[in-house]
Design a protein around this ligand. Structure first.
Ligand code: DGJ
Length: 694
C-alpha cells in the first residue's frame, strides 16, 4: 500500500512514491510494514491482518501478489471493483482483497475473501477486513465515540503515539454500547470543530454488528497502520477446504476539505447504496412506550391511536408488553419470547388494533425483540437449548433476559417466523421496531460444533434472517433499536430503514448525541422522538426531534392546548420540509462541543439549493449566552437570493421577536452571515430559507 490521501494530479507520479525497498533502508527490517494485508509468523514484526494455523499445524502465512482485476460494478461506471489475488507460495491458501470504489460519493468499501484447499481445516485466528497504511502524514488524531446506555456517541480525541491503540468490543450483541465501530482520523492536526470545511479527515466504519477490533499502530517508521475487522477474541474460525470466509466490509471516506464533506459523503452513499428506501419516504409516528410502559389494554390503545390521528402523525407504534400468556409481559422479567398476544390486554388480537388504526386514518406498527428470551417464558421452558448460556455456570442476566442462539438454524427459523407471521397475518402492518436489549454473557452454544464460532455465527445468523425478511418485505419500515443505540453500524443498516439513537431524549443531550451520529449516518435514518425527558421547553425538544425522522412518545391527552396546536403545526411544517431534512445535504455550522460558544447550529440544504432549514440551539448557560452575532451559513448558492422565515413558532410568542428577512443573497449569508438571535429567551430557533425569485 503506497498512499492514502488527496488524489495526485498525475497518475504516473504514484510510481514515484518510495517503495518498501527504500523504506527498508529507513528501518523496515521486514519489508512488510506497508503490506496491503499483513500475514504473520514468517518475518512480520508488527500487527498482522491475518493469522492462521494450517492443516499440518504450521502457524505461518506468506501472501504474494498473483493478479488483479478491475470491473465497473454498475452500468454508469460510478462504482469500480478492484480485486487483488494473493496466494501463499507453499500452501494452497489464498486471499482476495476487494476494494469497491463509489466514485461519486468518494467512499471505498473493502472486504476480504479467504479460502484454501488443504487436506483438512485451517484455523483462522485473525481474519481482518482491511489493512491500510498512511505514510505521508506526521501526526494522527483519532476521534472515537464511546458511551453507555443513554450516553451514546460521546466523542473523545487522542493523538496517536507509537504503539497500538485499539477500539474494540466483546459484548457480542449490542456490540456498540461502549464503543462505536466508527471513527474520524484527522491528519496532521486535531479535528477542526470550528470550521468543518478545513482539514484532512479520514473517516472509517466497520459494517459488522458483533465483536469488532480496530487497531491503529504507529510503526517504527512513524507511519500509521490501520487494521479493522472482526474481533479475534474467542473467535478462532475453523475453515474447511473449499469453503470461503468472507469478512465484513470496512468502509472509509477521505476529505481534504474537512469533516463536513466526509459526512456528506457518508450520507449520500448510505441513502443511495445502503439503507433501504434511503431516497424514499418515512412515517412519522406516535410511540406508546413512555406514555404507558407495560400498562395498557385494548381500550387504552384505541384511545392512543385516535390521539395519534389528532396529533397528525402517520403511524401508531405499539411498544413492548403486548404478548405472553402463561407469563404475561407486564414487566420486563417475564414473557419475552412468547410472541402471542396477551388475551387480557388484547382480547381481539393485533388485527383489531391494525383495523382500528386504519379506520382512524393512520397506520399501525409493533415492537418486537425476537433475538431474546426471559427465563420466565414458555420459549425458555420448551427450548432451553436455544439459549446462549454456559453449562456448569449460573445464568447471568442483562435486563432479566438471555440471548437466543442465532448460530442455530432452528433459532434463525424461529426468529424469521416471528416477523413473517406478523406480516402475513396482518398485511396492513406498516412498521416494526426491532429491539435488542441484552449483551452476551456466558457465551456458549448448545448446538454449534465450534464454540469459538459462536460470536461470528451469531451475526451471520442474524443477517441471514434479516436478509430473508428483506427479500420478502423489501420496503417496509423497520426501526433498529438496541436499548437505545447499542447496535448502529452499516452491516445491520442494510436491513433497517432507520435507527433509534438513544433512549435519552433530553433535548440538550440529543443535540450532542445526534451531532455525533451525523458524522456518519444520514438524518433520514435517525429516529428522534419528542418525549417528557429533559427540562427544556416543549418547543426546544420538538425542534431537536425535527432534525431527523420525527416521532412522539408522549401522552397526547396530557398536552395543554398550546402544546397540541404547536405540535400539529410542526407536523404540518414537517410535511413541507421533511424532504430537505431527509434527502438534502447537512452542513454543521457551530458545534455544541466548542467550549468558546454556547450554541449548536446546523442547516439542511436541498439539492437544488433553493430551499433550506436551519436549526440553532442554546446549549450553554453562561452569562449572556447566545448566538451573539452572525453565523456564516453554508451550502447555499451564492448567486441565489433567499427569504428567511422563522418557523415552529410557539403559540403566544411575541410577533416582534420573530425573524423574517427578504432577499439576502447566498453570497451574503455565507460570507457575512446571519444572526438567528438565539439566547436564553429564544433557546431554539428554526429558520426556513426559500429562494426568492425576483
Ligand atoms: C428499549 C428501547 O430503547 C425502548 O425504546 C423501549 O422499546 C424498551 N426497550 C421496551 O422494552
Amino acid at each position: 500500500m503506497i498512499y492514502i490521501g488527496k488524489r495526485l494530479r498525475n497518475n504516473e507520479e504514484y510510481a514515484s512514491i518510495p517503495s518498501f525497498d527504500a523504506k527498508q533502508l529507513n528501518g523496515d527490517y521486514s519489508g512488510l510494514f506497508s503490506s496491503a494485508y499483513t500475514s504473520s509468523d514468517t518475518r512480520n514484526l508488527l500487527e498482522p491482518a491475518i493469522q492462521v494455523i494450517h492443516a499440518d499445524g504450521n502457524p505461518s502465512l506468506d501472501l504474494k501478489y498473483v493478479s488483479h482485476q478491475q470491473d465497473a460494478a454498475n452500468q454508469s461506471s460510478e462504482i469500480l471493483l478492484t480485486k487483488i489475488h494473493l496466494k501463499d507460495p507453499v500452501y494452497p491458501f489464498e486471499v482476495i482483497l476487494y476494494y469497491k470504489a463509489y466514485y461519486k460519493e468518494n467512499v471505498i468499501e473493502q472486504w476480504t475473501s479467504i479460502k484454501h484447499t488443504e487436506t483438512d481445516v485451517v484455523r483462522l485466528q485473525k481474519y481482518s477486513s482491511a489493512n491500510l497504511y498512511f505514510s505521508s502524514t506526521d501526526k494522527y488524531y483519532l476521534t472515537h465515540f464511546h458511551g453507555n446506555w443513554a450516553r451514546e456517541m460521546q466523542p473523545q480525541e487522542v493523538q496517536l503515539t507509537a504503539g497500538i491503540k485499539i477500539l474494540d468490543t466483546k459484548l457480542g450483541t449490542r456490540a456498540d454500547l461502549f464503543q462505536a465501530p466508527s471513527f474520524l482520523l484527522s491528519l496532521h492536526r486535531p479535528l477542526n470543530h470550528d470550521d468543518e470545511d478545513y482539514g484532512e479527515v479520514f473517516a472509517g466504519t466497520l459494517a459488522w454488528s458483533g465483536n469488532y477490533q480496530i487497531q491503529f499502530e504507529i510503526d517504527p517508521l512513524r507511519n500509521l497502520r490501520l487494521i479493522a475487522g472482526i474481533n479475534p477474541y474467542a473467535s478462532e474460525y475453523f475453515l474447511a477446504p473449499e469453503k470461503e470466509f468472507i469478512t465484513p466490509s470496512f468502509l472509509f471516506t477521505y476529505s481534504n476539505q474537512g469533516v463536513g464533506v466526509a459526512s456528506r459523503n457518508w450520507h449520500r452513499w448510505a441513502r443511495k447504496y445502503r439503507i433501504p428506501e434511503g431516497d424514499g419516504n418515512r412515517l412519522t409516528l406516535l410511540n406508546n412506550w413512555e406514555a404507558a410502559y407495560f400498562d395498557f389494554d385494548e381500550q387504552k390503545l384505541t384511545t392512543l391511536i385516535k390521539d395519534g390521528k389528532k396529533l397528525g402523525v402517520d403511524l401508531f407504534l405499539l411498544d413492548d408488553g403486548w404478548f405472553g400468556n402463561k407469563y404475561p409481559r407486564n414487566y420486563d422479567s417475564a414473557g419475552l419470547g412468547d410472541w402471542q398476544e396477551n388475551i387480557n390486554k388484547l382480547p381481539h388480537g393485533i388485527g383489531y388494533l391494525v383495523n382500528e388504526a386504519e379506520a382512524t386514518g393512520i397506520k399501525f406498527g409493533i415492537w418486537i425483540e425476537p433475538e431474546m428470551v426471559n427465563p420466565k417464558s414458555e420459549l425458555y421452558e420448551n427450548h432451553p437449548d436455544w439459549v446462549i448460556k454456559l453449562p456448569n455456570r449460573a445464568e447471568y442476566y442483562f435486563r432479566n433476559q438471555l440471548v437466543l442462539d442465532l448460530s442455530n438454524p432452528a433459532v434463525q427459523e424461529f426468529v424469521y417466523n416471528v416477523v413473517d407471521r406478523l406480516f402475513t397475518e396482518h398485511p396492513l402492518l406498516a412498521y416494526i421496531k426491532w429491539d435488542c436489549n441484552a449483551v452476551i454473557y456466558n457465551a456458549y452454544s448448545a448446538t454449534n460444533s465450534h464454540q469459538s464460532h459462536l460470536y461470528v455465527d451469531y451475526v451471520h445468523g442474524l443477517y441471514s434472517v434479516l436478509d430473508r425478511l428483506r427479500k420478502k418485505y423489501p420496503s417496509v419500515s423497520i426501526m433498529l433499536c438496541s436499548g437505545g443505540g447499542g447496535r448502529i453500524d452499516y452491516g445491520v443498516l442494510k436491513y433497517f430503514t432507520e435507527f433509534w439513537p438513544s433512549d435519552n431524549t433530553d433535548g440538550i443531550e440529543r443535540v450532542f448525541i445526534q451531532w455525533s451520529y451525523s458524522f456518519f449516518f444520514p438524518a433520514i435514518a435517525s429516529c428522534n422522538h419528542v418525549t417528557d425527558w429533559g427540562k427544556q421547553s416543549f418547543k426546544f425538544r420538538t425542534d431537536v426531534a425535527m432534525m431527523g425522522k420525527l416521532g412522539y412518545d408522549i401522552v397526547v391527552s396530557k398536552l395543554d392546548e398550546n402544546e397540541l396546536v404547536f405540535s400539529q403545526q410542526v407536523l404540518q411544517n414537517y410535511t413541507r420540509l421533511k424532504d430537505i431534512i431527509w434527502h438534502g445535504d447537512l452542513f454543521r455550522l457551530v458545534s455544541p462541543y466548542r467550549s468558546d460558544r454556547d450554541i449548536a447550529s446546523l442547516i439542511y440544504v436541498n439539492e437544488n439549493q433553493d430551499r433550506a432549514i436551519w436549526f440553532t440551539y442554546l446549549v450553554g448557560n453562561r452569562y449572556r449566552a447566545g448566538s451573539n452575532g452572525v453565523i456564516r451559513v453554508k451550502g447555499l448558492n451564492p448567486t441565489k437570493r433567499y427569504t428567511i422565515q422563522e418557523i415552529n413558532i410557539y403559540p403566544g410568542t411575541d410577533n416582534s421577536t420573530i425573524i423574517s428577512a427578504n432577499s439576502l443573497s447566498g453570497d451574503y449569508l455565507m460570507t457575512y452571515g446571519f444572526d438567528p438571535m438565539v439566547d436564553v429567551q429564544r433557546p431554539s430557533v428554526v429558520l426556513e430559507l426559500i429562494e426568492h425569485i425576483l
